[in-house]
Design a protein around this ligand. Structure first.
Ligand code: GLN
Length: 324
C-alpha cells in the first residue's frame, strides 16, 4: 500500500470533517435510554499511525459509550488467555448476516454462538474470561485489557450502565439460551452483567484510533510500546471484524469501504488497516442496523482519499468520489 505522509493525512482528516460535519440522517439509539439523550451533533475523527502519532478533527476527546466495539478487546483477551483455536471451537468465526442481538442466529446454529463480535458470542466470551468463577478478577482483566489496547484508561459511564442494565431483557434471553445449548462457560447472569458493563465504558475517538493501530501493528501499542497480545492474533481478530463488524450490513460495508471495522450503538466506529493505520470516527445518529451514519462516511472518505483498501493490490491512484 501507499507510503502515507502525515501532512497528507492531516489534510484528508480535516477535509473529511469539514465536508461531513453538516451531514444529516440517522437517529440516536433509543432502546438504551441514556444514548437517546446524547447530543447528536457531536462528531470526531481520529487516525493513528504506527509511530503513535494521532491526527484528530472535531470531538475526539468526548467520552461516549463504547458499546459493541468493546466486543473486540474482550475477544482478543480470550484469544490471548486461551488460543485462537479454542475460541473457534467454543464460539466460532462465522458471519451471522443478522442483527447484532439476534436470537434467531443462535437457534439456526445451536452448536455455536457464531462469532465473539455479536451479542451471543460476546456474552460467551465474557463467560470464558479467566479466572472463571471470579467476577471481580474477570472484570479487572476486561478493564485492564481495554486500557492496554487503548493506551490509557477508559471510565465506566454509571448512568449508561444503569440504563442498559434496566433494559437488557433481550440480552438476558440470549444468555439463558446459550446456557440451554451449553454454550456459556460461567454463570449466565454474571456473564451478562460483565458484558453489559463492558459496553458501558466511556471511550474517546482518539483512544479507539490508538486501539485500532495496536491491532494493526500486531498487538504492540504504538503510544505506550506495550505488547498487549500475541502478534499472531492480529489476522484472527481482523478476520472476525471483517466477517461481522457491521452485522447484517457487513458485506455492504466491506464492499464500499475496503476496511474491516467494528461499530457500536454509541456511535463509534473503529477501522483497522493492518500494518498501516487505525481510523476511528464518532457521531451518535445511527442507521437502521445500528451503525453511525456520519462515522461510516468519515471512515470511507478517508480510506478512499488515502487509497487504503485491504483488498486492493496497489494504491487506488484515482479515487472515486465517495459522496454525492
Ligand atoms: N450493549 C449493546 C447491546 O447489547 C451493544 C449493541 C451494539 O453496540 N451494537 O444491545
Amino acid at each position: 500500500m501507499k507510503n502515507l505522509d502525515t501532512k497528507q493525512i492531516r489534510h484528508t482528516v480535516d477535509e473529511a470533517y469539514e465536508h461531513l460535519k453538516g451531514t444529516k440522517g440517522g437517529k440516536n439509539a433509543d432502546y438504551i435510554p441514556y444514548l437517546a439523550g446524547i447530543d447528536p451533533s457531536l462528531f470526531g475523527i481520529s487516525v493513528c499511525l504506527p509511530s503513535g502519532e494521532t491526527i484528530d478533527a472535531g470531538d475526539t476527546q468526548y467520552r461516549f459509550g463504547i458499546e459493541s466495539v468493546s466486543k473486540v478487546p474482550t475477544a482478543l483477551l480470550v484469544m490471548n488467555q486461551y488460543d485462537s483455536k479454542t475460541v473457534m471451537e467454543k464460539i466460532g468465526a462465522d458471519a451471522t448476516g443478522l442483527p447484532f442481538n439476534s436470537i434467531m442466529a443462535i437457534l439456526l446454529e445451536k452448536d455455536h454462538p457464531t462469532n465473539p463480535l455479536v451479542n451471543a458470542g460476546a456474552i460467551t466470551a465474557c463467560s470464558m474470561v479467566k479466572p472463571v468463577g471470579d467476577k471481580q478478577r474477570k472484570w479487572q482483566a476486561i478493564v485492564d485489557f481495554q486500557t492496554d489496547l487503548c493506551g490509557s484508561p477508559l471510565t465506566l459511564i454509571d448512568e449508561l450502565y444503569r440504563s442498559e442494565s434496566d433494559t437488557n431483557f433481550n440480552n438476558r434471553s440470549i444468555a439463558w439460551l446459550l446456557k440451554n445449548y451449553s454454550r456459556i462457560y460461567d454463570d449466565p447472569e454474571m456473564s451478562l452483567d460483565l458484558y453489559t458493563k463492558q459496553c458501558s465504558m466511556g471511550v474517546t475517538a482518539r483512544q479507539l484510533a490508538i486501539a485500532a493501530t495496536t491491532i494493526a501493528c500486531g498487538g504492540r501499542n504504538p503510544v505506550t510500546g506495550k505488547q498487549v497480545f500475541r502478534s499472531e492474533l492480529t489476522p484472527k481478530i481482523v478476520s472476525l471484524i471483517a466477517a461481522v463488524g457491521f452485522y447484517e450490513h457487513t458485506g455492504d460495508w466491506l464492499y464500499t469501504s475496503g476496511i474491516p471495522a467494528k461499530s457500536g450503538v454509541g456511535g463509534g466506529i473503529m477501522g483497522i488497516v493492518p500494518g498501516i493505520m487505525g481510523i476511528s470516527a464518532f457521531a451518535p445518529p445511527l442507521d437502521a442496523s445500528g451503525n453511525s451514519v456520519k462515522a461510516q462516511e468519515a471512515v470511507k472518505y478517508i480510506a478512499r482519499k488515502l487509497g487504503v483498501n485491504i483488498f486492493a493490490p496497489k494504491p487506488e491512484t484515482r479515487p472515486e468520489p465517495v459522496l454525492a
